[in-house]
Write a protein that binds this ligand. Structure first.
Ligand code: FAD
Length: 570
């Protein structure tokens, strides 16, 4: 085993991880020794797939303001967002847009030269700043280029798969990882950790997320004793391409696209006559499913009945200028040109509102651990996230946690003593590699994803979630008897997939139990058997703690310092 010592360890090199690394480097004038760890090559984090935009108030002179962005976010969250967190966020965001601008990002611009903004669901003002429909990719490139100018001590650990977070005496000690390229076990130690591992979209079968988004960081933090918050809240995005689930960005509707049923009707008129297609995602997804269940959808493959996303009336020029990626994807994947034909879409699992519990500064309950981006639950999105608020969250809390952790590193030293936990973790990996069980972990993953699709979908019932939970627990039992075909260490994707599936099982169990226990409907959690929101009993955050027997749940209050909950109408 090789041991590497650093000041700050950042796990994940997506938007949140890169923004954190940049802030920590700037603050230390490039002298902080940073380990940036990723199981992928740097530019392959899911963040590069973000298409539509990043929300910020940029037009106070033209009618937008912070309070409005805050209100939209809180109402969108179905009042589960912490309002102090939302207030902090909306005030911080414009600066992030300007930083990126100064660092050279090619934001799309208006005729008058100002930064352009497009409408997005649930935002009452066109607030999404964008770079065509490749916003995430260009944000990532800009952050990385700028990081290179500000650091003298960046250590990249690309294609290094982390298997556990070691905690010793109540503090982060290091990460155990498999260096995939060299086929070696490594221990990466640091004075502080920023967790930036993204979401868990792959626990669903029909999802917009990359193959690699398997909830590793969520499960590792949970196993290390950190609580997971609000995991039952999963966002379904209204427009996933049939049959793959690839995202057709909300910018399609932001630019004026229609949603049509099989009668050619813009059905959103019935559900949100004011906001129409730009109502929040939870509502649009439910409206689509209601239409499909009433027989007003189109018959699709493998039960994936669908609706139409119609862009034709936008015209060729606008589609080519504003939505080039969408056209490229539909042409490549299903041979359809959206200039000529409507796109087949349906609601698709998209985002984890829940995550590792942090305070307003992204600080977890452990002294030297912070979390930022999708893996974290700082409680900005509550029960339903607004589009374009997630890349924004990554920027704000990447910066905040980068600064906080850098200050911590400057004031503390690295513990010299190395615990024996790493050796124990390698023992587990060795046991997994040499295991001779009869179960196939690829099958277990497939069954898990089907189970979530079926029982934790847009609409849920107690009975379905109970069935789902029972199945997940059976799969966990079967997982104990898997075996691997690849017995080596170099690029052992068999091992990595197996470990990931173990992570996914834990995350799925927490989400499903949280949903089953929460007997109300709120935001992305829509129960047929408890159709109303129940503020009296459920205006609170779910906290899931790891135990040997399964998750233990308790609850903490929501900050409602600005607005009392009211009915959501759009
Ligand atoms: C298709 C798509 C489009 C989207 N469009 C938008 C949009 O327009 N606007 C918006 O606001 N949001 C959008 N989102 C959501 C947003 O992009 C994500 O929430 C955000 O980019 C997540 O960034 P992150 O830095 O938290 O994680 P990620 O970008 O997912 O990065 C995670 C990092 O963690 C590393 N990692 C994970 N597990 C391990 C492990 N075991 N060992 C080592 N490394 C590990 C990965 O290698 C990666 O580097 C979109 C999401 C998708 C899927």
């Amino acid at each position: 085993m090789e041991v590497y010592n650093h000041d700050l360890v950042i796990l994940g090199s997506g938007l949140a991880g890169l923004r954190a690394a940049l802030e920590a480097s700037q603050q230390s004038k490039g002298e902080l020794d940073i380990a940036l760890v990723s199981k992928l090559q740097l530019m392959r984090a899911h963040s590069v797939a973000a298409e539509g935009g990043t929300a910020a108030v940029m037009r106070q002179d033209e009618g937008d303001n912070y309070e409005l962005h805050a209100w939209d976010t809180v109402k969108g969250s179905d009042f589960l967002a912490d309002q102090n967190v939302v207030e902090f966020f909306v005030n911080e965001m414009p600066r992030e847009i300007l930083h990126l601008d100064h660092w050279g990002i090619p934001w799309s611009r208006r005729e008058d030269g100002r930064i352009a903004q497009r409408p997005f669901g649930g935002h009452t003002y066109p607030r999404a700043v964008f770079a065509a429909d490749k916003t995430g990719l260009l944000e990532m490139q800009t952050l990385y280029d700028t990081l290179m100018k500000h650091t003298n001590k960046l250590n990249r650990y690309d294609e290094v798969f982390v298997t556990s977070i070691l905690i010793e005496d109540g503090k982060f000690e290091g990460l155990t990882a498999l260096d995939m390229i060299n086929g070696k076990y490594v221990l990466i130690r640091g004075k502080a950790l920023i967790l930036a591992t993204g979401g868990a979209g792959q626990i669903f079968g029909f999802t917009t997320y990359s193959e690699t988004v398997t909830g590793d960081g969520l499960a590792m933090a949970y196993r290390a004793g950190l609580p997971l918050k609000d995991m039952e809240f999963v966002q379904f995005h209204p427009t996933g391409l049939i049959p793959s689930g690839i995202l057709m960005t909300e910018a399609c509707r932001g630019e004026g696209g229609y949603l049509l049923n099989n009668k050619g009707e813009r059905f959103m008129e019935k559900y949100a006559a004011g906001a129409m297609e730009l109502a929040p995602r939870d509502m649009v997804s439910r409206s689509e499913m209601t239409e499909i269940e009433a027989g007003r959808g189109f018959a699709g493959p493998e039960g994936l009945d669908y609706m139409h996303l119609d862009l034709r009336h936008l015209g060729r020029d606008k589609i080519l200028e504003r939505l080039p990626l969408i056209r490229e994807v539909t042409m490549k994947h299903i041979g359809l040109d959206p200039i000529e034909k409507p796109i087949p879409i349906r609601a698709v699992a998209h985002y984890s509102m829940g995550g590792v519990h942090t305070d307003i500064k992204g600080h977890t309950p452990l002294e030297n651990v912070w979390a930022a981006g999708e893996v974290a639950c700082v409680s900005l999105h509550g029960a339903n996230r607004l589009g374009a608020n997630s890349t924004a969250e990554c920027l704000v809390w990447g910066r905040v946690t980068g600064g906080e952790a850098a200050r911590y590193c400057a004031a503390n030293s690295l513990d010299k003593k190395i615990s024996i936990q790493a050796e124990q973790e390698w023992g587990k990996m060795e046991a997994l590699i040499s295991s001779m069980g009869k179960e196939d972990h690829y099958k277990i993953r497939k069954e898990l994803r089907k189970t979530l699709d079926k029982n934790m979908g847009v609409f849920r019932t107690g009975q379905e979630m109970q069935t789902g939970l029972d199945k997940i627990r059976k799969l966990k039992e079967r997982y104990k008897h898997i075996s691997l075909k690849d017995k080596g260490l170099r690029y052992n994707t068999d091992l990595i997939r197996a470990v990931e599936t173990g992570f996914m099982l834990d995350v799925a169990e927490v989400a499903t139990l949280g949903g089953l226990t929460r007997t109300e409907s709120r935001g992305g959690h829509a129960r047929r058997d408890f159709a109303a929101r129940d503020d009296e009993n459920w205006l609170k955050h779910t906290m899931a703690h790891y135990t040997e027997e399964g998750p233990r749940l308790d609850y903490i209050p929501v900050d409602i310092s600005m607005w009392k909950p009211v009915e959501r109408k759009y």
